[in-house]
Design a protein around this ligand. Sequence first.
Ligand code: HEM
Ligand code: HEM
Length: 190
Amino acid sequence: MTLKNTTDRWGGVSQFLHWLIMLLILILAVVGLSLDSLPKSPKYFWVYDLHKSTGLAVLALVVLRLGWRLYAGSPAPVAGTPTWQARIAGLTHWALYALILAIPLSGWLYDSASGLRPLKWFGLFTVPKLSAPNEGLRDLAHEAHEWLFWVLVALVAVHVAAAFYHHIFQRDDTLTRMLPRRRKASPTSR
Ligand code: HEM
Ligand code: HEM
């Protein structure tokens, strides 16, 4: 597998980052939505901190992914894609990038403006606060964190539907070029 993107396929680095970020966001969503119903035991704060540290790791991975995207480019639209469809796909992809940057940033701002105890990233180092304690900003960042997440859910639903539409009905390479290539059977294998 090539690491860099080619004109017709996503390379290993883009594929790895796409699926890793998706998996981490799924875990963050499940944990984030359960936070309210957890008993307020010492474990509660541990789960809270794990959500925050993992969310910040996603922020770093998205920055890395964007840097790689700018350096390695992207494959051309699949042959036969009408220009309007390629434009909508491009817009959707940039909106997804904007959301997966804005969601962890709003979480970080929420944590900062709450004036909580210092956050240690996976217990390793103290994460700087983005602002002084501020009730108004805290509520705004909290609302943003929640609402941007639901916008992401809606956009990902469209994104996934489009990927399967291409795969099942258009029978093109849109989905498979974001997946590792299956090894071809050698002529001698039985
Ligand atoms: C891509 C990354 C992230 C995703 C997808 C995500 C997702 C979520 C979701 C779905 C919730 C539940 C929303 C609600 O019902 O209120 C939540 C809550 C929360 N998140 Fe995140 N989060 C991310 C990153 C972060 C980061 C980086 C921080 C802080 C450094 C953070 C701090 C919080 C806090 C404190 C809550 C609890 C809010 C409350 O008290 O109700 N999140 N997150
Ligand atoms: C949190 C969930 C997801 C996010 C945030 C996300 C985000 C993105 C982004 C930003 C791109 C554009 C890549 C670029 O132009 O640099 C992309 C491409 C792609 N995604 Fe996702 N994705 C998610 C989940 C999924 C899922 C579940 C599937 C399929 C089952 C999927 C299938 C694809 C495919 C096939 C492409 C390549 C499209 C093309 O080559 O034109 N994604 N995704």
